[in-house]
Design a protein around this ligand. Sequence first.
Ligand code: NAD
Ligand code: UD1
Length: 330
Amino acid sequence: MRVLLTGGTGYIGSNTAVALLEAGHQVLIVDNLANSNERTVQDIREITNKDVDFVLGDITQPAVIDRILETENAEAVVHFAALKAVGESVEKPLAYYRNNLDGLLTMLESMERHGIHNFIFSSSATVYGGENPVPLTEDMPAGTCANPYGWTKLMAEQILRDAAAANPKMSVVLLRYFNPVGGHRSGKLGERPNGVPNNLMPYIVQTAAGIRERLSVFGGDYPTPDGTGVRDYVHVSDLAEGHVAALEYCVAHHGVETVNLGTGCGNSVLELIHTFETVNGVSVPYQITDRRKGDVAVCWADVEKAGRLLGWQAKRSLKDMCRDSWRCRG
Ligand code: NAD
Ligand code: UD1
């Protein structure tokens, strides 16, 4: 199948491109390189030994998407393109709402014009908010998002549900990612945040590499076994394979399904630090500091639906995640 990946030179998109090509699909990427590099296209070709088409373009521009969908025979769209920095979204909310929601609407309108009905969306566990008990199941009420980035995901989910309700031909899979980490085992296609990382794993990597002096562990007094926050870290290669399974489900069905992509296990900040140190033979200096505003104590997925609906489950261990994050440090 020929699949269009918006934001396909980014972290999750590029790993998904590899998984789709390895599963025998054809991949076309559109990306404006706002948070990625064209070199990634070559990395994908080298890893898979297969060709991948790339269009440099902004998906908020209808003419860009119309031209692609007119000429390229894509049967499905996997929509990664979005701005994703939580802190920046608080400082520049309008830019986040404009890019993330305009991009989505432009895609959907162009798909409608061109009779393309299969759509996979990158959502986030952040839409559950902090009120629900773990493990989080897809039928739990969405929470109150702590930042504009999170709201763009919740609003996008609603837009997609409404669009599918009005068009019985549409098939939409909303994938709620938990905490993606790691990178391709080749050492390519890792996460490369600009500036000081917000997320834990990139911060651990930069601290181990000596770029940061010390990691701050945000809170040591949570009601968890060691007092630090617990999350469901999932290897990006597992996540990528989840998209291949979601695509197969999407083209064979109609309507909307929401699916968690995680491991179903929670690990604490200290467990991640210590596993990283052991697996990679490095040291990660840290200090326990105050809690970070907006953080929840625990967050992990119920993954029963992903197994039942998509036949997918994460295979890679926390050690694999730590090893491949270090390999991909660049
Ligand atoms: P990323 O920033 O690495 O990739 C996103 C890509 O989209 C980038 O290459 C960027 O250049 C591109 N892009 C942004 N706006 C665009 C536009 N208007 N037109 C064309 N291209 C555009 O991010 P990622 O980590 O790969 O995340 C992919 C998706 O998954 C995003 O929607 C993100 O919100 C979502 N998500 C990510 C995480 C995570 O922890 N990485 C967790 C949950 C959900
Ligand atoms: C964060 C975002 C969420 C986004 C997700 C993407 C916030 C509040 N939430 O979630 O919207 O979808 O990333 O993966 O930003 N930690 C430290 N020190 C650090 C960094 C993090 O102790 O320097 C801790 C956090 O307190 C948390 C855990 O590590 O317990 C994971 O943090 P992070 O990687 O930022 O992910 P989330 O908070 O789950």
